[in-house]
Design a binder for this molecule. Structure first.
Ligand code: FAD
Ligand code: FES
Length: 274
């Protein structure tokens, strides 16, 4: 029988971390495949996760491709499928199909300084590419993370961020003043202007809410970054993930195949359907 691209591989949840609690809850799921298979991916790619009887959702792979033992996903509770995922426990089985999308062109970035700029759950795809670069640090120049969320409670990977400070420059922000907060207060794009990353020999990678991305790009341009030096990912709604259903189009582009990673040089010429 021909291989059916819609049939997921079975994976067991081996660890769950509650990153953010409350209404906009975020959990990180570590999963391992039940059966050995040839799943391999690059940073920026996604996978379609299924909760049997509920449906499927496209989620970025947040672990580094250098780690072969498990796949990690960080998931914001939104609706039917993501809520069902949040109900799951260690040992439960989900479906995974993919990997999908183009991923970040990390080979082209060798020798360059990388500036990662994230907002909220947008740190998930960045986490993969950042750890990919950290795993091969000798291939890249300086690594910097500028990351923010609405409040300190909404920051993901809190514990890991403290460890990360020992390895790279980390600049955090929250949107509004908090009694114990000692770092930047204000929106992520404003923190970018405050930290003034240099465009010299640099690539900037930004993921987050569309409004944040819009102003981060504007501010990077003001700092002298060229369109080709700015990369982002977009999250058009997806159904099939394999360029068949036409759900994710921007003009002639299928974001599930041609994206979700775009340089601003590419994205600015596409219709604003994202
Ligand atoms: C390429 C890609 C990568 C993604 N990576 C992540 C990730 O790493 N972590 C994560 O938490 N989420 C990620 N998402 C978003 C995630 O796919 C949706 O939040 C999820 O599919 C919602 O499914 P649901 O059944 O829980 O919600 P539904 O019941 O389908 O919808 C609930 C609400 O969510 C909105 N919604 C549904 N899909 C999307 C979407 N794609 N973008 C914006 N709003 C949506 C609906 O309009 C509705 O308001 C990604 C999406 C794409 C396309
Ligand atoms: S999700 Fe079906 S064509 Fe992209």
């Amino acid at each position: 029988m021909d291989h059916n691209a819609y049939i997921p591989k079975l994976a067991k949840i081996i660890e769950i971390t509650e990153e953010v609690s409350g209404e906009r809850s975020i959990k990180t799921f570590m999963t391992e495949f039940i059966h050995k298979n040839d799943f391999s991916f690059c940073s920026g790619q996604c996978a379609m996760l299924s909760v049997f009887g509920k449906g499927e959702s496209m989620i970025s792979i947040s672990s580094s491709p250098l780690i072969k033992d498990y796949l990690q996903f960080s998931i914001l509770k939104m609706g039917r499928v993501t809520s069902a995922l949040h109900e799951m426990e260690v040992g439960n089985i989900i479906g995974i199909r993919g990997p999908y999308g183009n991923g970040f062109p990390m080979e082209d970035w060798k020798g360059k300084n990388l500036i990662f700029i994230g907002g909220g759950i947008g740190l998930a795809p960045i986490w993969s590419v950042l750890h990919s670069a950290l795993g091969k640090k000798e291939d890249y120049g300086d690594l910097t993370l500028i990351y923010g969320a609405r409040t300190s409670k909404d920051l993901v990977f809190k514990k890991e961020l403290e460890g990360l400070r020992k390895k790279i420059k980390v600049h955090l922000s929250v949107d509004m003043e908090e009694p114990e907060w000692k770092e930047f207060v204000g929106f992520v794009p404003v923190n970018v202007l405050d930290k003034k990353p240099s465009p010299d020999n640099a690539i900037s990678i930004t993921c987050g809410p569309p409004i944040m991305i819009k102003f981060v790009i504007k501010n990077l341009k003001d700092l002298g970054f060229k369109d080709e030096q700015i990369y982002t990912t977009i999250e058009n709604k997806m159904k099939c993930g394999i360029g068949k259903c036409g759900r994710c189009n921007i003009g002639m582009h299928y974001v599930c195949k041609d994206g979700p990673v775009y340089s601003w040089a590419e994205l600015k010429n596409l219709p604003q359907e994202y």
